[in-house]
Design a protein around this ligand. Structure first.
Ligand SMILES: Nc1nc2c(ncn2[C@@H]2O[C@H](COP(=O)(O)OP(=O)(O)OP(=O)(O)O)[C@@H](O)[C@H]2O)c(=O)[nH]1
Ligand SMILES: [Mg+2]
Length: 196
């Protein structure tokens, strides 16, 4: 079974409302996949909108009302498939949204899992970064809402955080379109390094 038919099976199990035609043979072989995860209200969807173009599909997980958004965007000269997930507090699922996100994370192959956190409450959110890393997922941390943290006089040493976690870290203020180019650069570097 080739990669396209495998992914087709996964899709047909997960999505009943819309079959995504973007999984052509060429896409299977060339398109990188990025998924955005994190607790509710940290700015995942704003980042998703910044990264993706006009063509976005929304699908329900079968038998649930949980919506998964998929779009595409150019990062470092390559077209990525970008997936926005509902908010989750932990990889140990309690809510339906968490179950769906966990299933997605472990049933699709992602080139990069972007954990988005709120710069104002970063301490509370890093345990999920560790969970994602320990699960063997290719994690990058995006510390969003840097504008609000700065307004509160909070300073976050992103380089130190990156060294401590041993993953790439980038600061953004997605609502203000700040840090997005740097995020794209770091995503491209990370994915390139993993392939090499
Ligand atoms: N000040 C500021 N507000 C932001 C930033 N990013 C997002 N927001 C705001 O934060 C709120 C939540 O953003 P969303 O993108 O909906 O958050 P989400 O993570 O997708 O939330 P769920 O879908 O509920 O999990 C919105 O009102 C955004 O406008 C930012 O960088 N700075
Ligand atoms: Mg959202």
């Amino acid at each position: 079974m080739d990669c396209c038919s495998q992914k087709g099976n996964v899709l047909s199990r997960f999505f009943k409302r819309k079959q995504d035609n973007s999984f052509s043979h060429q896409n299977c072989n060339t398109r990188k996949k990025l998924v955005l995860v994190g607790t509710p209200n940290v700015g995942k969807s704003v980042i998703f909108n910044r990264l993706t173009g006009a063509y976005v599909t929304v699908s329900n997980y079968p038998g649930t009302t949980v919506e998964i958004f998929r779009g595409t965007g150019r990062i470092g000269g390559e077209i990525f498939e970008i997936i926005d997930t509902p908010g989750m507090y932990s990889l140990m699922p309690i809510t339906e949204e968490e179950r769906v996100t966990r299933t997605l994370l472990f049933n699709e192959n992602f080139d990069i899992v972007v954990h988005v956190v709120d710069a104002k409450n970063i301490e509370r959110m890093l345990s999920m970064t560790m969970q994602l890393k320990e699960a063997g997922l290719p994690v990058m941390l995006v510390v969003n809402m840097m504008d609000e943290a700065e307004r509160l006089g909070r300073k976050i040493d992103l380089d130190r955080l990156s060294a401590l976690l041993d993953i790439p870290v980038v600061g953004t203020s997605a609502a203000l379109n700040r840090g997005m180019d740097q995020m794209r650069r770091k995503v491209a570097e990370y994915v390139k390094k993993r392939v090499a």
